[in-house]
Design a protein around this ligand. Structure first.
Ligand code: SAM
Length: 340
């Protein structure tokens, strides 16, 4: 029995990126997709041709995307829509539509909805399995009376590991900058938060005032930070004493004075990708960086249109698969993660 075709797709994005997401989808898919139902941080498109759960929207501005199963009036509707597609095993993700930039989400009521839906799915003949090839996304509205919005996708390489691409972490009060959260969200996206990075070295380009460096020091890493700006005392006086500050611009960084290999290379310099990426490519010729986390600043609107070009350039020197997305804590920027 073949799966019923659905003409709708959905994507969740960060607040304020809705226009970028729509424009990017138009560039990639042309007239195949027409924007339909829209709420802040959630967009749907109607497709002119049948699409299924394998369709890849492939937009960096979509944190999560897939086939829309539409609004569901009852919990049992979700199981019924899966069963009619002959899907009997899923990974269930329940997350909010509206995501605050500081990551502060009250997960307790969302987990209660998840438990309720898990029971309904099981009763309806759908087994739950974290490793299932189908992922069901339930996007919870901020209005309790709104119907549940359900989406379905077949897992793809580069899919976020946390539900909705939202690890359960919020920006702590002692973090010197929002970059703490960007770094932690990127690590969690790839599952790198589970790695033992203790004693390993990170090179942090554009490190001031030190949110990302602090997160890495707290993970037991040694950090070499490059920035002309001042570092926060929390980094300079970190208990581990693991931070070294090179107070120079990126262009003056001498790779010969760096270790020959680093476990993680970060870049969060607030210059556009055409200015920063050639320097990183050159650095990667001299030092072996096992993993990259690069924040690409969309300082000019035209950079959004050039994202594929930037990613192709990064692929030329990246240590492994390259994933690009806009994290919940990103602003006018996107995050590239590369390596395994
Ligand atoms: C968004 S902030 C970085 C925040 C930082 N990652 C953190 O964790 O707090 C951008 C930084 O890029 C630095 N920057 C700008 N141009 C630079 C250059 N040519 N070389 C090195 N750093 C640069 C700025 O001084 C600024 O501190």
């Amino acid at each position: 029995m073949s799966a019923p075709a659905s003409p709708f797709l959905f994507a969740c994005c960060r607040e304020g990126s809705e226009a970028s997401l729509k424009a990017d989808v138009l560039r990639r898919h042309g007239t195949l997709l027409t924007p339909a139902f829209m709420r802040p941080q959630l967009i749907t498109w109607k497709a002119r041709a049948p699409v299924d759960e394998t369709f890849d929207l492939a937009s960096p501005f979509a944190r999560v995307s897939g086939l829309s199963l539409g609004p569901c009036q009852t919990d049992d509707d979700i199981a019924a829509r899966l069963v009619e597609r002959s899907i009997s095993r899923v990974c269930l993700h329940v997350f909010p539509r509206v995501v605050p930039e500081d990551g502060g989400i009250d997960w307790q009521p969302l987990d209660a909805v998840r438990d309720r839906l898990a029971a309904a799915l099981q009763k309806g003949g759908v087994k739950l399995d974290e490793a299932a090839e189908h992922v069901v996304s339930i996007v919870i509205d901020d209005k309790p009376e709104a119907p549940l919005f359900a989406g379905l996708r077949k897992r793809r390489a580069g899919d976020p590991l946390p539900s909705g691409g939202l690890p359960r972490i919020a920006l702590p009060g002692h973090a010197p900058s929002r970059a703490w959260l960007k770094l932690e969200q990127a690590l969690a996206w790839r599952g790198w938060d589970k790695l033992d990075l203790h004693g390993q070295t990170a090179l942090d380009l554009g490190c001031a005032p030190g949110g990302a460096s602090l997160a890495l020091l707290d993970r037991g890493m040694k950090v070499i930070g490059v920035d002309t700006g001042d570092m926060d005392e929390a980094v300079l006086r970190h208990d581990s004493g693991g931070f070294r500050h090179l107070r120079i611009p990126l262009a003056r960084l001498d790779a010969m004075k760096l270790p020959s290999a680093v476990s993680l290379l970060l870049c969060d310099i607030n210059l556009g990708p055409p200015e920063v990426l050639p320097h990183i490519a050159k650095l990667c010729e001299s030092i072996q960086a096992q993993r990259l986390i690069l924040t690409l600043k969309m300082n000019l609107p035209v950079y959004e249109k050039r994202l594929d070009e930037f990613v192709d350039f990064i692929r030329g020197f990246a240590p492994g698969p390259v994933i690009i997305t806009q994290l919940a804590a990103n602003r006018r920027e996107v995050c590239v993660m590369a390596g395994a």
